[in-house]
Ligand binder design. Structure first.
Ligand code: UD1
Length: 356
């Protein structure tokens, strides 16, 4: 069997690494080719992640880089098509919901190659999010849909996707977290940054709806105010860094730092008193770790993190950041158990499904 995995961004690497590992181990005589589209390309967004996750060097680097949605998607398709023609895989495996996912799905399906989608069935019901469009296309054209939460089944059934394509396997991002747990627990990132475990708020923000317009300035002002009560550590995504250029960002207690490698990031996440984010994956990781998470968005495609996890939706409203200390004081204990099948074995279930 010939499998080709296509990844492009930081979270893609995290979701796919354990699946490649499981399929390679279970089917060593098969071909396992890895394509990196280059959607993320900075060392701190790409290489560091691949090496920490133990992913071998990609077989193909498409070096697509940044661009408008159309340009990035089109260039990925153009560069991927000859790779698929040479490799002739039996299956193309794509994770998540980024432009690389969309491009790889469309390229494969037009060449008659079956597609498998990891993290299928998530819906925010907000078509202004580029990721929502990417998810719908990937799910519509995939033959194998790997799901990690019950609402994914409801969403896909409502879109008329036949049940035989759906496989409830669990969360491959949590597989990676479980596999790295001993290492990130020993990484001591908080001590290196001079913050006390349990005392600080860890922040990540990168979505266009928040960082590409006037809300970013208000958000930084709110973070500066929060930092007077609790230390705030904010590893800044390159997109956000660009939008912050020229903005006053030197405030006591507010630590703006470079993006972190995954081990250091998970170390800071596990030791945080609370997390403020607009990321999808971090809503899941905090749920697993039992760390309170506040999401600065109007919706989430991951409602299981609200019902069985530690996530609270603040809305796309920087002023809500001021409520975090009070909300933290009012919280009950974190749920004792993560959602079902978030157990570190999702990738094995994917391998079971494909190899059977
Ligand atoms: C993409 C995904 C988003 C995901 C995020 C994770 C889409 C539509 N969006 O958003 O769903 O949550 O990745 O990080 O696919 N840049 C760099 N270096 C890099 C990567 C990006 O400087 O390695 C800069 C680019 O110049 C660009 C900006 O960051 O201006 C945006 O990068 P892009 O990959 O287009 O989108 P993300 O915001 O990363």
């Amino acid at each position: 069997m010939r499998i080709l995995y296509v990844v492009g961004t930081r979270p893609n690497f995290v979701k796919t690494a354990p699946v490649i590992g499981a399929l390679r181990a279970r089917h060593p005589e098969g071909r396992h080719a890895l394509v990196h589209t280059g959607q993320h390309y900075d060392r701190l967004m790409s290489e560091v992640f691949l090496s920490e996750l133990g992913v071998p060097a990609p077989d193909y680097m498409l070096e697509v880089g940044s661009g408008s949605h159309a340009a990035q998607t089109a260039l990925t398709m153009e560069r991927l098509e000859p790779v698929l023609a040479d490799e002739r895989p039996d299956l193309v495996m794509v994770p998540g919901d980024v432009n690389s996912t969309l491009a790889a799905t469309l390229t494969a399906v037009k060449m008659g190659i079956p597609v498998a989608h990891i993290e299928s069935g998530l819906r925010s019901f907000d078509l202004t999010m580029p990721e929502e469009v990417n998810r719908i296309v990937a799910d519509r054209f995939s033959q194998w849909l790997f799901l990690h939460s019950p609402e994914a089944v409801t969403n896909l059934e409502a879109e008329g996707i036949p049940d035989e394509r759906l496989h409830m396997v669990g969360n491959t991002m949590i597989d990676t977290l479980v596999a790295l747990e001993d290492r990130f627990r020993a990484a001591g990132a908080a001590a290196r940054l001079g913050v006390e475990p349990g005392s600080y708020v860890l922040v990540t923000l990168h979505r266009p709806a928040l960082v590409d317009g006037p809300l970013l300035g208000e958000t930084v002002a709110q973070l500066a105010a929060l930092a007077q009560q609790l230390p705030v550590v904010f590893p800044v995504h390159p997109r956000t860094r660009k939008m912050m250029e020229g903005m006053e960002s030197d405030h006591p207690g507010l630590r703006l730092i470079e993006p972190l490698g995954y081990l250091d990031f998970l170390s800071l996440l596990a030791d945080a008193g609370a997390v403020l984010t607009d990321s999808g994956g971090i809503q899941e990781e905090t749920t697993y770790l039992g760390v309170p998470c506040f999401t600065l968005r109007d919706n989430t495609e991951r409602p299981v993190t609200l019902t069985s996890g530690t996530n609270t939706l603040l809305g796309l409203d920087p002023a809500a950041i001021g409520r975090i200390p009070v909300l933290l004081g009012e919280r009950g204990p974190a749920p004792a158990e993560p959602p079902p099948l978030w157990d570190g074995r999702a990738s094995q279930r994917i391998a079971d499904a494909i190899l059977s």
